[in-house]
Ligand binder design. Structure first.
Ligand code: KIV
Length: 271
């Protein structure tokens, strides 16, 4: 029997994350969508994101845009039931923060219906007034800049950013405006490493990278990507830590063989 010692023993808060940046201690974050896997991640990672990526990996849609508040709330409740120590972040779905009023109403709903400690919002400097409105009303906000999956239909695809000096300056301007508006952390997605490095150096709040190189204060991966369950496509930045789909197929094959051969259930598994 393996005796597993969790890496984290105390509840992670926004203060823990801020201190980790000061101490240059890398922050680990993964997505989770249910209690079962959230429980496996509990005590291991500092942060869990209930990402709207669940619309693709779990609902089978081709992008994240049709995820709803109701769906995200349901999955966040499940994650909060499964994990007690990580800082759990609710990913605000497309359309849930179109105005300051809509955003605040939905954020209040997140706090009253789930135990998530923070919400995440995609967008650059144009979202700074909205982020300020939320933080002034006691909502902890993670900003998300760079490649923004909720813009995929408007942009006509997923595009890596920060490729030239002007774009790096634009991203830095976005990042500083969002920090100034009160965001306590920032996801940097799909950008050249040099852009992520310059933004991370410019900010006092932690950056969490995904497809942004090894220069951010932390890293986030979608769990079904990193454990090899999502097979539709694999972005370059995803490292597979497990061949989950192969392992499941192999085990399922054994179960089917056992049932067909009447080897299961045997006496050990019968009353
Ligand atoms: O929805 C999600 O999983 C995300 C990550 C890609 C950061 O937003």
């Amino acid at each position: 029997m393996s005796i597993h010692t969790p890496r984290i023993e105390k509840r992670v808060t926004v203060n823990t994350i801020a201190t980790m940046k000061q101490h240059k201690e890398p922050i680990t974050m993964v997505t989770a969508y249910d209690a079962l896997f959230a429980h496996l991640f509990d005590g291991e990672v500092e942060m869990i994101l209930v990402g709207d990526s669940l619309n693709m990996s779990f609902l089978g849609k081709s992008d994240t845009l049709s995820a709803t508040m109701d769906q995200m709330i349901y999955h966040t409740q499940a994650v909060c039931n499964g994990a007690k120590l990580p800082l759990i972040v609710f990913d605000m779905p497309f359309g849930s923060y179109v105005t300051r009023e809509v955003a605040l109403n939905n954020a209040v709903r997140v706090y009253s219906e789930t135990d998530a400690q923070a919400i995440k919002i995609e967008g650059g400097a144009e979202r700074a007034p909205l982020v300020r409105h939320l933080t002034r009303h006691g909502i902890a906000v993670v900003a998300h800049i760079g490649l923004m999956p909720q813009s995929v239909r408007a942009e006509g695809g997923y595009r890596i950013v920060g490729k030239d000096e002007a774009d790096i300056e634009r991203l830095k301007h976005d990042a500083l405006a969002l920090q100034e508006a009160g965001a306590f952390a920032m996801v940097l997605e799909g950008m050249k490493t040099e852009a992520a490095r310059r933004i991370t150096e410019a900010l006092t709040i932690p950056t969490i990278g995904i497809g942004a190189g090894n220069v951010t204060d932390g890293q986030v991966l979608v769990w079904s990507d990193m454990f090899g369950f999502f097979e539709t496509f694999k972005p370059k930045f995803v490292k597979r830590y497990l061949n989950g789909a192969d392992l499941i197929r192999e085990a399922l094959g054994q179960y089917c063989d056992d049932v067909k051969n009447r080897a299961f259930p045997d006496d050990k598994h019968s009353y």
